[in-house]
Design a protein around this ligand. Sequence first.
Ligand code: GAP
Length: 511
Amino acid sequence: MSEELFKNVISHAKEYGFVFQSSEVYDGLAAVYDYGQNGVELKKNLREYWWKSMVQLHENIVGVDAAIFMHPKVWKASGHVDGFNDPMIDNKDSKKRYRADVLIEEYQEKYRVKNQKEITKAKKRFGDAFDEAQFVATNPNIKRNNAKIEEIDARLKEGLESGELHKIKELIEELGIACPVSGSKNWTEVRQFNLMYSTQMSATDGESQIYLRPETAQGIFVNYLNVQKTGRMRLPFGIAQTGKAFRNEIVARQFIMRMKEFEQMEMQFFVQPGEEMKWYAYWKEHRLKWHKNLGIDDSKYRYHDHVKLAHYANAAVDIEYEFPFGFKEVEGIHSRTDFDLKQHEEYTGKKLRYFDNERNESYVPYVVETSIGLDRMFLVLLTNSLQEEDLGDGKSRTVLRLPAALAPNQCAILPVVKKDGLSEVAREIYNKLRIDFNCFYEEKDAIGKRYRRQDAIGTPICITVDHQTKEDNTVTIRFRDSMEQKRVAIDELEGIISKEVSMKALLKGLL
Ligand code: GAP
């Protein structure tokens, strides 16, 4: 894994129509991105995989689509107006701004990398007899590194929770953390920045400031009672939503990893008070299974328990993926208690209760939330799938090994040549298949070149029409991953493609 690979991912995303810089002709808008012709399809399929796995496969989860604009008091009640801040620090020499907690976490990561190296070395030395758990518990270097990580965790947590930000600056200075750009340790004080964007909405009672939602979750909370009553929902039940969220990320970098406008896929699971930790454990496991079901290697994922709990949570864990720049959060599972609903009760003066027939009492439900960034997951897929494959004899190919069910095009139809009526036959096949599948049709350039282009955008199947097709109604079908080619009858195509790109098969892996 290297910086080089990540640079390749970014340039590949642009070259093949997945992601473009927003307003590029005007030299771009920092940390805002547009999805191109292939990106929009991949993103749509990923969203669909999430939606079907959450809503269709759980009989007690339903969806909503709330507006981005909400009553401004929502954000006062939720705590975002007062508490949705990041601790920032500037380097006086490079004039670069950083999140102070992220600088510290990146410093800790060095100890984790050292531990991993010790483990890899020992694995090699001891072979099959290696007991990793025992080694981690007893190796003096690993124990020392872990103690250091824990000590830093404790001090970071204390600084963040007490609001005494000078303690975080002291920690940065003590650890000798330098600016990655200037290399200097000449830091400003640590300050808090609110991340919400605001705008004006004319109201009958004058201009009023409203916010662009920084999370989709509040649209679910304020609709809790509407859905519960109209859907006759009984606890435990969930409400799912996908949609845009906006954050004024001061330090926006790493491509679509941290954007100012992004899309979330969130689900709030309402449970009886006292049952939240049981459901927290369930969703923690179930969500990781969803990630691994995409064929991504186990070693690429890990859990990371939060040191600093958000103002609404009593337990929180991140599902992290190992990007070329280290393990980073892709999804959060949060036990949000009854914080949000109680706050909305207080600010509206209305009851947001659940009447429990069995207990014969009403109460505010507790909530376990799963929250994943669609763009960040898109980046996981691109990073994980992009491969430069050596084909021997000095040849290589770039292939995007996306899960077949999520690929932008499910198949490409390619007549070997335009003439001799082959285009007409190929178009006939295209017209038949495109009712069921997202098909791509292309007749220009040598066939090898066209295969490479389809490999690079992740098309699982290429169908080649040649002169033999006209004689016996067969075509050559080529599989992206194995590059295996076989001759099949045109009538068999629908069945073969359905099997190869099946969302149904993907979803079955979750049952
Ligand atoms: N409702 C809870 C919530 O919003 P979060 O951890 O702040 O929790 C959830 O965000 C997920 O949204 C993250 O795990 C990440 O995948 C995505 N996300 C957050 N900020 C983002 C940003 N600036 N750009 C892209 N994705 C982001």
